[in-house]
Design a protein around this ligand. Sequence first.
Ligand code: NAD
Length: 487
Amino acid sequence: MERISQPEVKNYIGGQFKRNGHSSMNVESPLTGEIISTVPLSTAEDLDAAVAAAKSAYPAWSGLTLKERVQVLYKYRTLLEKHADELTELVHLENGKTLGESRAEVEKSIELCEFACSMPQIVTNEVQEVSRGVECRIEKKPVGIVASITPFNFPNMVPHWTIPNAIALGNCMILKPSELVPLSAMRIAELLKEAGLPDGVLNVVNGGKEIVEAICDHPEINAVSFVGSTKVAKIVYARASSNLKRCVALGGAKNHLLVLPDAHLEMTSSDVVASMSGCAGQRCMAAAVMVGVDKVDHIVARMVEEAKKIVPGENLGSVISKEAKERIEGYITQAEKDGATILVDGRNTTVPGKEGGYYVGPTIIDNVTPEMSVATEEIFGPVISIIRAKDIDEAIKIENSSNYGNAAAVFTQSGGLARKVIEAASAGMIGVNIGVPVPREPFAFGGWNESKFGTCDITGKSSIEFWTQNKKTTTKWNPEDKTNWMS
Ligand code: NAD
């Protein structure tokens, strides 16, 4: 059954919502499989129009003081709170995560906005009298016209990783949301306009590969941020960098949780299961591999009990699409063929009344070996693979062998062993007795290895370096002083 419940998605260029002469694709709700809207597949000409709008807004916007610019974000933060219920519903509808998870996403967006509001307190520039009467000053200036390309799994939060910080710091932005979840981005643009953001400071161009490639090639876009799979992150990083743009590209993940026998039974089992099943496993911070060190059968048994409490359609949302469901189930079937033990099997899950939706139940796979595809590849579903290790050194070796490096965690009561894992894990974000170690603002978010390409992190203080360039000024005002410095 097809049903349209949302307005058609439009591009937002120079403060106007526009949709002329585009080909389009349907937007489905993965909760039910129903068509809820359509999204334009824009062309390079649409991007040109968005860049032209951003360029015309740039002189006035970048000419404001930082304190003036964040006034818009204070108002916008209030609007995010006022519309939190509606924004939550929208994330739930287009992405399929539960209402609780959708609410948490919107709350995180508010926190990200608060961080951007604090920029005038953080970005204070530097000045020093370097020799008598001579002053050196460093000012943080915007980069110019910038772009943000976002994935499907956090339709509200990931755009807030970049928009508030980039515009607070004086840039004008082109946002290219995932074509699978374009509705939240349209509301973000509307609310920013209502908050008083001048036309052209944020522009939204919808579409897929063609627009991403056009962004990487556009001579007037100076910086590109990307969040998505490693395959596309590599393409974007290589193409944007070869066109001499600065780029930070966050990729996929395969996060390892090292569980030691002394780990707290209840906290560990519920945390590991929550980490692998939250947002239906479609988080780049999700637990993907549990490395059980020595005797952890009691913890695995409790995890099985915890997983069985999860009810798809109630406290577990859908995955994003039919293809995603088939891919995830294919991995489970492959693991079974490879000789692993399926302790909890989420295949063939349907939700009564939502038979057209795309659900995969929580899945725990034991006796996985390091070379199996469920041990090495990103599954991006509510699936955890358990690899057994004889000791902590072997467990660290398994973690280190991953191509990815977003997050890693250790569950133990021992400070010494926790410290050893913190030091040895090859990942950008580490958890100790925490299954989803997302740094909260002002701490920066970003992985290592093939989970991130580029030098800066995407949020927090590190993002200030990405969205600004330093202007260095040396000044001398004392002509009576005959010393001519460095002459
Ligand atoms: P994706 O890579 O398929 O898509 C991301 C963006 O790239 C979208 O806007 C899409 O339109 C565009 N795109 C897709 N294919 C393209 C191509 N061939 N050329 C150019 N552009 C293309 O990712 P997704 O499926 O939307 O999101 C899930 C992935 O994102 C997972 O791998 C997940 O781990 C990752 N992710 C990573 C982080 C992180 O912080 N590291 C955060 C969220 C999601």
